[in-house]
Design a protein around this ligand. Structure first.
Ligand SMILES: [Zn+2]
Length: 262
């Protein structure tokens, strides 16, 4: 490493960042007012996380997928519609039979066992009798980031998902989104909440959920604060959605009406 030049510039000569409030963070892709990257302490998760984001998922203000992957050292975030294999999506060798995909499909949350928050389904969408055995040895989870319809597209465009285990969530507590996104059913978790619930249960490490929830709560607090100060301009109105587009569907089926975005 070459020796560094001594830094003797007058701090006052360094130009302040221009329009800092409108520049987007390169890590989380959020406007500076919503970025909480500096507050994130990454966690070494054993069960891997792969987030596949639909290219048209553009809820940059309230989206939590990038935040989830910033939080977890064993995680990959990709945008796209299809990949020839899990290994290609992940960027490293992987056997889909050892991974689980969060996807409700045509299963009905009312049919799920009431006493479990993670439920592994068989090919017919029926809960497997020995759940603990089914979850044993799972090396990673895949989460589709997008609306219910976008998740369905990702499922059908990636043939390798059929080789993986299928996992649905039956969360006991409602999403922190609260009124920001109107969730008709309590199962509608954000991506970071779905990752937190799944990984904390699979690894039996409640601290994963605590840490990810704390960051998500902070992000939402920033959002509410920025919104109340008008710092988000028109963008806040879009994210809030006049009809409050229901968004996630880890454990519940729901539709989202078309919302035009700029
Ligand atoms: Zn950021």
């Amino acid at each position: 490493m070459p020796p560094q030049e001594p830094i003797d510039a007058d701090p006052l000569d360094i130009a302040p960042p221009v329009a800092a409030d409108t520049a987007d963070c390169p890590r989380c892709s959020k406007p500076a007012a919503l970025c909480i990257c500096d507050a994130v302490t990454p966690i070494d998760n054993k069960v891997g996380l792969l987030v596949l984001q639909h290219p048209q998922e553009q809820d940059r203000l309230l989206g939590s997928a990038r935040l989830a992957t910033l939080h977890l050292t064993n995680s990959v975030f990709k945008i796209g519609l299809s990949w020839p294999s899990l290994a290609k999506a992940l960027g490293r060798p992987a056997d889909p039979a050892e991974w689980a995909i969060l996807h409700l499909g045509s299963a009905r949350s009312s049919d799920l066992p009431k006493d479990r928050e993670l439920v592994v389904l068989d090919k017919k969408g029926v809960a497997i009798p020995d759940q603990d055995h089914a979850l044993k040895g799972v090396k990673g989870i895949v989460i589709f980031d997008g609306t219910w319809a976008q998740a369905k597209t990702l499922w059908w465009r990636n043939a390798w998902v059929l080789k993986a285990k299928r996992l649905v969530l039956n969360p006991r507590r409602a999403s922190l989104y609260g009124g920001l996104r109107r969730e008709p059913r309590r199962e509608g978790l954000s991506t970071i909440e779905a990752a937190a619930l799944t990984l904390s249960r699979m690894e039996q490490r409640p601290e994963i959920e605590t840490a990810l929830h704390a960051s998500f709560a902070l992000m939402l607090a920033r959002y509410r604060s920025a919104q109340s100060h008008g710092a988000l301009g028109d963008r806040a109105a879009v994210s809030k959605g006049s009809g409050g587009p229901p968004k996630k569907r880890w454990g519940g089926r729901r539709r989202r009406s078309a919302v035009s975005k700029p």
